[in-house]
Write a protein that binds this ligand. Structure first.
Ligand code: NDP
Length: 370
């Protein structure tokens, strides 16, 4: 095989605040060779997730920090080019925790084979059938344990995870109320997704009052994606024995100061609330069951989801930062639509990185699926 060159986003400094080109850099490197048990994948799609910001820091977390000098870690979906693992052959599609790069070399034991059905886009396995859809499914059903007639409140409700949480809550017979950051997002979740009510946290004069108004019977399940002031407001509206699904805390991911705990933490005791941390990876063995259910809901037209697919590996950074501005509309995915030449990789000039603006990324494909 001709020598392949690989463009990779390398972490070379721990970011403070929003990630910039001073923290990560797109480099072109020769591709290594495969060891026994490894698989070479040509990535088609890269998942752009808030959690990547956590992995770039050196805070203790559920995965080790990305080492300096290594590729930015992300889930990717691609095609097997060469396999030294008995479970994979050239042409197979696989998903794994790889990186923002054209090609990945991964242990076959760490990859999940995927087979889209006719009419299904490959990248669904990074969105509705991937961590996003399965986080909504397991997080709500296993940790939130919603009962018919209860009220489920979710933050980042127009986002990839949140938009599905509200729809699954409705399917389970609950009142679904979403908190989101713009009027357009609030209209979308009510008019298109069937949420019962939506609250714009950016324009509400008093978020606690707004939640009480939209949740007249109180909140039984709070699915938290953001933490911070929104969590504090939600804590004051919970019913006795409510459940909080601690899924994420995006409001603090770029914080340069220690993030304070919730001021209203005492309400957990006062209202005998159960607060549980949730990690979708803990449910890996049950992914097939969840994919089958979500696939059925999609086929029956019971759920809708949005993907925002941005073309070009060089746009990973700009696309990533959309998450923290609330400028994404649905699950963010980068599609790799061109590859470097097979030889003579002289490295990219800095001005070739095309530091795209959020506006150009937003001009990218946006797809809504029902
Ligand atoms: P989203 O599509 O929801 O995008 C992130 C959204 O967060 C933005 O669009 C924005 O929406 C909102 N946001 C950004 N900054 C703030 C802020 N300072 N305060 C309040 N809201 C903010 O992303 P995902 O669906 O991929 O992820 C949602 C959450 O789920 C994240 O916290 C993520 O870490 C977590 N997650 C957890 C998993 C787990 O296993 N525990 C797995 C997958 C995701 P708006 O315009 O409404 O402000």
């Amino acid at each position: 095989m001709a020598e392949l060159h690989n463009r990779r986003w390398i972490l070379h400094r721990r970011p403070e605040g929003l990630v910039t080109l001073a923290d990560i850099e797109l480099r072109e490197e020769p591709l290594g060779t495969l060891k026994p048990g490894e698989v070479l994948i040509r990535n088609h799609y890269l998942s752009i997730d808030p959690a990547i910001r956590d992995w770039m820091s050196d805070r203790p977390s559920y995965l080790p920090s990305i080492p300096l000098g290594e590729v930015v870690r992300s889930t990717s979906l691609g095609e097997v080019i060469e396999s030294h693992h008995p479970a994979f052959k050239a042409g197979d599609l696989a998903v794994g925790v790889n990186g923002w790069e054209d090609y990945s070399i991964a242990s076959g034991d760490q990859l999940m084979p995927v087979q889209p059905l006719a009419g299904e886009a490959e990248q669904y396995f990074l969105s509705i059938y991937g961590a996003v859809g399965l986080t909504a499914y397991f997080g709500l059903l296993e940790k939130g344990r919603p009962q018919p007639g209860e009220t489920v409140l979710v933050s980042a409700a127009a986002g990839a995870v949140g938009s599905l949480v509200g729809q699954i809550a409705r399917l389970k017979g609950c009142r679904a109320v979403g908190i989101a950051g713009s009027e357009e997002k609030c209209r979308w979740i009510v008019d298109e997704l069937g949420f019962d009510a939506a609250i714009n946290y950016r324009t509400s004069a008093n978020l606690q009052d707004a939640i009480r108004e939209s949740c007249p019977d109180g909140v039984d399940v709070y699915f938290d994606n953001v933490g911070g002031e929104v969590l504090d407001a939600a804590l004051m509206t919970l019913n006795k024995n409510a459940r909080i699904v601690f899924c994420g805390a995006i409001s603090g991911y770029n914080s340069q100061q220690p993030v304070p705990g919730p001021y209203n933490f005492w309400q957990i005791l006062a209202r005998t609330v159960t607060l549980e941390g949730f990690l979708v990876s803990d449910y890996f063995a049950r992914f097939p069951e969840a994919i089958a259910q979500v696939r059925q809901w999609l086929a029956e037209g019971k759920i809708v989801f949005r993907e925002q697919v941005v073309d070009g590996l060089e746009h990973c950074l700009d696309t990533f930062n959309l998450l923290f501005e609330g400028a994404n509309n649905g699950k963010l995915i980068v599609r790799i639509n061109s590859l470097p030449q097979a030889s003579g990789g002289s490295g990219l000039r800095r001005d070739q990185l095309n530091h795209a603006t959020a506006a150009s990324a937003l001009a990218a494909t946006q797809e809504e699926t029902r």
